[in-house]
Ligand binder design. Structure first.
Ligand code: NDP
Length: 326
């Protein structure tokens, strides 16, 4: 039995339904993986609801993340029983992904499960958490140190935001979390934020340069909020731009860059090379305490994914949604 969530398109509308897949339907690939867990990311929300042009062809099994064990392999680097993780590489967009009990895949997309993590924990982390670590790595490689001053995180209760808050705090940074959710203060402080600010403060139109407040920033939302954050960066500030939950637009000026030497650092998780993935997963295994992972998680079935997909694109989800296909 191989149960999967399958997307079809009818009259330009995306329809999502759970059904059985036969072995003949599975795509080509050199490994077959028994999937234990997947997860729900913002991009999965766009794909499953059809709200964003994410899916390249139908039918599609979405799910940009998966963790499981190898069932069959033509690649000598992987043997049956090996625990593996997959994120990115356009899986769940161009290629069939993780919302199934079993999937045939390209072994070059896999990484071995990092030592110290279970598959379940790896999927609580998922693309969102991997991306959070990539943001921290970009800021640190850019020279940001805890003593430089506070780091602001926007969209802080989201999947990326929650884990960024926890990782930055764990690395000794003072974290100021920005959230649109009224009741988020306790949650964000438990994750390690020292202060929580409301999103509306950041939605006012930005001046070219505002009061310099932040040594670092991780922005998951884009649009006017990112413009505001840029205008508030301290001299030599480092900003990691990673998301577009509010907007893909960015209306700003050159002032923060030419007068304060601010760096805007792009973060991508889809196409990053194997070695950097392994490095990021190793750090995640070392730096994210188990209780933080439990604190940020809600677990759902394949049947519940469409409802949660709608919630995530409406900004209603807090933390990470773990998908259990079994
Ligand atoms: P989530 O939906 O879990 O988090 C997004 C958060 O942004 C929400 O929880 C909310 O936080 C805030 N938000 C939502 N809508 C708005 C809005 N209209 N205006 C302002 N803030 C809003 O998504 P993820 O954490 O999974 O992803 C966050 C972003 O990062 C997405 O745009 C996603 O596409 C992108 N991303 C990019 C990756 C890359 O490789 N570059 C990889 C992974 C994700 P709050 O209520 O606390 O304000």
């Amino acid at each position: 039995m191989n149960k999967a969530l399958v997307l079809e398109q009818e009259d330009k509308k995306t329809l999502a339904g759970v059904r059985e897949l036969s072995m003949d339907e599975l795509p080509e690939g050199d490994v077959l993986v028994n999937i234990d867990f997947s997860s729900l990311n913002f991009k999965d929300g766009l794909a499953v609801t059809g709200a964003g042009k994410i899916v390249h062809q139908f039918p599609m099994v979405p799910g940009i993340d998966l963790a499981g064990t190898v069932a069959e392999s033509d690649n000598p680097d992987y043997k049956p029983g090996d625990p593996v993780v997959l994120t990115g590489w356009s899986v769940g967009e161009r290629y069939w992904g993780g919302y199934a009990q079993q999937m045939r895949l390209q072994s070059k997309w896999l990484v071995p499960l990092a030592e110290g993590l279970t598959g379940r924990q790896a999927m609580i982390i998922g693309t969102a958490g991997l991306t959070s670590m990539l943001c921290v790595m970009r800021l640190q490689e850019g020279g940001l140190k805890p003593e430089d001053g506070p780091v602001v995180v926007t969209g802080a209760t989201g999947g990326v935001g929650s884990i960024v808050v926890a990782l930055l705090a764990r690395n000794g940074y003072e974290v100021v979390a920005v959230s649109g959710k009224a009741d988020s203060e306790d949650y964000l402080k438990q994750l390690g934020a020292s202060e929580v600010r409301t999103r509306s403060e950041f939605e006012e139109k930005a001046r070219p340069l505002d009061r310099a407040l932040w040594a670092g920033a991780v922005d998951t939302v884009g649009g006017d909020i990112l413009a505001k954050v840029l205008s508030q960066m301290k001299y030599d500030g480092r900003v990691a731009t990673v998301g577009l939950a509010a907007s893909h637009a960015l209306n700003t000026t050159v002032m923060p860059f030419i007068l304060r030497g601010v760096d805007l650092l792009g973060v991508d998780s889809v196409m990053i090379p194997y070695e950097r993935r392994v490095q990021a997963w190793k750090r995640l295994a070392e730096e994210l305490p188990e209780e933080i992972l439990d604190q940020v998680t809600e677990e759902v079935s394949l049947e519940q994914v469409p409802e949660y997909a709608q919630n995530i694109i409406e900004g209603k989800v807090r933390g990470r949604v773990l998908v259990n296909p079994n």
